[in-house]
Design a protein around this ligand. Sequence first.
Ligand code: NAD
Ligand code: UDP
Length: 312
Amino acid sequence: MSNSKVNLVTGGAGFLGSHLVECLIKNNEEVICIDNLFTGDKRNIEKWKNNPKFEFIRHDITEPIFLEVGKIWHLACPASPVHYQHNPIKTAKTSFLGTYNMLGLAKRLKAKILFTSTSEVYGDPEVHPQPESYRGNVNTIGIRSCYDEGKRIAETLCFDYKRLHNLDVKVARIFNTYGPRMVPNDGRVISNFICQALSNKELTIYGKGDQTRSFCYVNDLIEGLIKLMNSDLSGPVNLGNPEELRIIDVANIIQKKVPNSAKISFKELPQDDPLQRKPIIKLAEEKLNWRPKTTLSEGLDKTIEYFQQLIN
Ligand code: NAD
Ligand code: UDP
């Protein structure tokens, strides 16, 4: 039987997962975190070790698990290209089998389940900015496909469980999110540039740096996930900050913020790197009353401070 008071957070030792756990614990809720610690870190959840409302289970979601919970926040999946390309077959298994196992658990318990999809389902978008109705331009056989197609089939599974079993599913399409507890040097652009700037290494721009992304601060994003879980919306719903920037501009902003940063160097653009990305968030604004509040400048200051402490 479902224990409606308990939250299950998969990937809870990771970047977004640990921030979500933090919010749930602050709300005095019970949390079970499961994570195989592939890209997650026990230090991210260390502070709740002795909290009776928190429990950590080291488990790989490609295997089934039997627990009694009321809400499932399904985040487990490596998110940075370096990590998800490390073992692409495992990434695809995590997306498909992991989501299948979590949907099966939700079905047995009649629990609500929120799945963290991604803007990567839009691939290298030919429609700009991206509304939820855009069906995407994804390479099925490229180096990003294990992640992009993995998330697409996981979305498909979510909506088939909803149609067939009347499951209460929620799908968030998350756009690039940054903040404290990102893994340093995990290859993502904000963590890379900040760590490079702080250690006086050249900031590596892939390609000419005129590709764009839209960056959301982690606290804003977590607020969006919580609003989605507490709503009657299934989505998919875009969650991200619509402020769009060229990668070269991001490098320049970080250079200005970190004294004595080294220069910029240009490297080869990885295969299938999307040229542009910016969410339309009208659905989240109207149905969830959600919009990001943190400016890039404020968010970067907090992230730089975090990496400064970590590096020193
Ligand atoms: P992350 O790599 O920091 O966290 C993922 C967590 O999942 C890690 O703790 C990892 O150890 C765990 N994990 C991976 N495979 C697992 C498995 N098979 N079994 C159990 N645990 C496993 O990444 P994140 O940035 O926190 O991303 C969390 C979720 O949000 C992911 O599903 C990701 O696709 C999605 N997302 C993130 C972003 C972003 O910008 N951060 C953007 C879009 C979507
Ligand atoms: N990028 C870059 N230098 C880096 C890391 C990334 O120029 O050191 C670029 C990358 O090619 C992409 C953008 O920054 O165009 C965002 O990369 P990230 O891996 O953070 O996210 P994603 O490509 O998955 O949106």
